[in-house]
Design a binder for this molecule. Sequence first.
Ligand code: AMP
Ligand code: GLY
Length: 424
Amino acid sequence: MRVLVVGNGGREHALCHALSSSPLLTKLWCAPGNPGIAQLAECLPIGVLDIPELVAFAKANQVDLVLPGPEAPLVAGIVDAMEQAGIMAFGPTAAAAALEGSKTFTKLIADAAGVPTAAWERFDDAQSAIDFVHRRGAPIVIKADGLAAGKGVVVATTEAEAIAAITSFMQDGSLGNAGASVVIEECLIGEEASFFALCDGTTAIPLAAAQDHKRVGDGDTGPNTGGMGAYSPTPAFTDQLQNDVMARFIRPTLVEMARRGTPFRGILFAGLMLTQDGPKLIEYNVRFGDPECQCLMLRLKSDLLAALMAAVDGELAHFDLRWHETAAVAVTMAASGYPANPKRNTVIRGLAAAQAIPDATLFHAGTDLRDGNIIANGGRVLTVCATGPSIAKARDTAYRAVSCIDWPEGFCRSDIAWRALVHA
Ligand code: AMP
Ligand code: GLY
């Protein structure tokens, strides 16, 4: 099979890594890819949102399957465009990707499907939103309705903070159109988990759970980021919890999406809060998480490509996924100044030494190749991963690999997976 992956992050590097071991694969491209991905795939200078160019390339090169990594092309309709051109693509149509593209849509689906989620209201004008905050008080959560690259959610601990977020989203237009309306939610308390299911429109099969670390600093402090690290499996996410989430969240959501004529195919990523009253939905995403995907791909024993094909063909009812018993830990290395203002164009050395540590795997995210050097060219720059017989061992190996990397302008959290070690 000739496969085209779309994206350039650590997630897409991990997907290319998993696809590379498939006996079904004959040719792999990635658009636009990165220097790490270039070791596994032919990289194409086409942006993730340049859908007409991607379609033209796929047609001209007899691509059998397109695998978009990030949400933006999915929400923009890459799967619809590929299908119209007769090319198979794994992921939701634009209509189904609204589960990530619109917070309001997610809440409406959750309510219609009986999925437990935070109490919420939607507002189109700032004054009503502010009045609501005054009535409800803090803590309270303000969410821009549209896609905002991780910048659209404020968990406000005071009313003033909530009102500042409303003003910034709705009146100052800080997120453009994405913030024109907001969803205001009850603040949920508990431990978070990311759960992933592979869906073919009718059937869903569980992938695995992982836990992400969203805050930039040790001890879960500082601003939110795209994800500073992850680990899988998650001790807090028991088999019983997985069955419960499949039965009360994932399957009813698929039924409701199909009933509306927009069946969901692809990866359904449930962001969950494990509250005292049981799991509650924080949000849906319609793709793999980054860096959760890096952990999942290192634990997946089954052929990823065969699994994706079964989903595209509507054959998941007859499919089974197997996992390695090992644990996986992913540590994000980011450029200093991330998330507000990451420093670019700094040289990274020691990658080969890190990769040489047994059981360690390095995925590139925001890197570039310049004059033979790997340089940082983004916020999250590398995902340093390791597998092991336990989370503790995998984590030790990952940090051993981190210590091989010579990059004074980079940093990482030093406490990835701390929750798992507390549970142990
Ligand atoms: P998002 O940018 O949509 O991934 O959300 C960012 C983070 O905001 C989530 O990972 C949670 O930590 C937090 N969050 C979102 N909604 C709620 C809620 N209703 N209660 C508490 N925390 C929330
Ligand atoms: N790591 C969270 C996400 O990919 O949205």
